[in-house]
Design a protein around this ligand. Sequence first.
Ligand SMILES: [Cu+2]
Length: 486
Amino acid sequence: MKRLHILLTILTVLALSTVACLESTQLAEMQPTLDALVDRVDALSGDEPVHSPGPSHSGEDLGEPTVEFTLRTDSEGHNLVFRGVGGEIDGQANPLLVVQPGDIVQITIINGQPAEHDFVIDEFGVHSGSVRQMEERITVTFLADAEGSFEYYCSIIGHRAAGMFGTIQVGAGSAAAADAVSIIKHPADLPAPVGGRGPQLVQAELVAQEVIGQLAGGTAYPYFTFNGTVPGPFIRARVGDTVEITLRNETDSAFTHSVDLHAATGPGGGGEVTQVGPGETKVFTFQALNPGIYVYHCATPSVPHHIASGMYGLILIEPTGGLPPVDREFYVMQGEIYTTEPFGTPGLLSFSHEKMSIERPEYFVFNGAAGALATEENWLSANVGESVRIFLGVGGPNFTSSFHVIGEIFDRAYAFGSLTSPPLTDVQTISVPPGGAVMVEFTLNVPGHYVLVDHALSRLERGLVGILHAEGPQNPDIFRTGPANP
Ligand SMILES: [Cu+2]
């Protein structure tokens, strides 16, 4: 059911982006994706195993509630939501409701809109009946007699798709998942261009940190990171620079780690001389001989385990004179995560060496987590008229990305991360191999949401989606709804 929640989250993001783009872009391309997702969600609604919950409870025979929540129907942008009232959920849209097995749960719905809504949790037989008038209230009480994550939603037609759904988590796994930290690297977090300066010494410190991180809502994974984020820090230098890399491994680590920088010329790209046990620090230095956008990654066996768990990043070696200036630069990396548990399982998941060895990931991610770049907090933000540059790397460890931005065309694509070859021009989708990267550039002409995907689109349903949010005036000469000559 958690899987359903994630799909619905993605669906909502896509629905939101589609609504926002109706008068602007790419509806034609988004619609099949949305339709497919709707079909998938519908199928899941029917075939998800039910955790042997109890029958519908009317409330009278349950006794006093042991936990209470209040939700108010509301809107948020183009979406409809349940908004938390009071307590820890106050003000949150579609809050995660955490209860324990055996709790008698009472939920009060207040209508914040002059429209019909209701409140349903299928697995617990909860069907509130409708509220129609402003401030009308209805209360449901039920026994949380099954562990796991379950969806609550409004069953009025179209309302779930518009965003009226959330998760109630009962018992196990919720504590670990709730304590998990965010490992998402913000896509705008990268150093300024080097410009026209001469060669110099560039020092970078990498810290190997093993953390329990949020893989998805209510789902955690034991990540290996450089400096606590996936990808690790963006390292920026120029050709001819002397680059000094310090790798420290936290004292509370369980594993040895290392770093291999594809920008370095020498044994293992540094991987041989940087093997550091817990609490150790090692330093090595290389000269940046070749310009380009390069991947770095941990090179400690099992190397694909360390990479799949998040130990990768990009190092940019700018050519003499620097890169042409642009208005916005972004840093995005794609990877796969191999969990023992199926996609969508709540709680703390575990790494599966078996699934990794047969290349069957459960999750595909941009910047470390499912849907990491699809929320306003972490999406790529720019304005109409601005030139945009995306550095897209693939940590992998195994899957090639067919990188595409829905509704945009790459004016220039520096294939394979080569910055000294002439760029490809006017490119729709570009292949980026594991351990490889690309630099793409384009200008934003029309406001709206542009969705970052791997055009192997099944991966979208496993978490691989991001949004480039463009604000500014409409540009009807380039895109508009309606006929050419109204
Ligand atoms: Cu490692």
